[in-house]
Design a protein around this ligand. Structure first.
Ligand SMILES: [Cu+2]
Length: 134
């Protein structure tokens, strides 16, 4: 419960940051395509490797934490720890997991540094930010 309260506080701060960061643009990569990848600047990380960074999607309809930092090449894993369906949809690219069930996970690696805002399109206001550094 203490953790929940902290998350709510964090959400306010992230909202302000998110607005300020809006318009920073999409990943600048183009042409380095590995062909068949889901999006420029990203690579899927299937195969059950160890996650370097984990973000939970919860029944509070929040991503926890809602601000995450990872390095290029690290595996970021989203885990649905609640009992309802969520998805992870990035606003600045074509990247989305579609939907993941309670108990499900979805992982991705980023090849390009940047700030990536994302949301769960099922739950308005369920937004978060991922910062990838080189
Ligand atoms: Cu959701």
């Amino acid at each position: 419960m203490i953790r929940l309260r902290l998350l709510v506080l964090g959400a306010g701060a992230t909202l302000a940051l998110g607005l300020a960061a809006c318009g920073n643009g999409a990943p600048a990569s183009s042409g380095s395509g590995t062909g068949g990848g889901p999006c420029p600047g990203t690579a899927s990380a299937s195969g059950g490797g160890t996650a370097d960074v984990t973000v939970e999607a919860t029944d509070a309809l929040k991503f926890a934490p809602d601000t995450t930092t990872a390095k290029v090449g690290q595996t970021i894993e989203w885990k649905n720890t609640g009992s309802v369906l969520h998805n992870v949809t990035f606003q600045q690219s074509c990247l989305t997991d579609g939907a993941f069930q309670p108990g499900g996970t979805w992982s991705i690696k980023f090849a390009t540094a940047g700030t990536y805002n994302y949301q769960c399109t099922i739950h308005p206001g369920m937004t978060a930010k991922l910062t990838v550094t080189s």
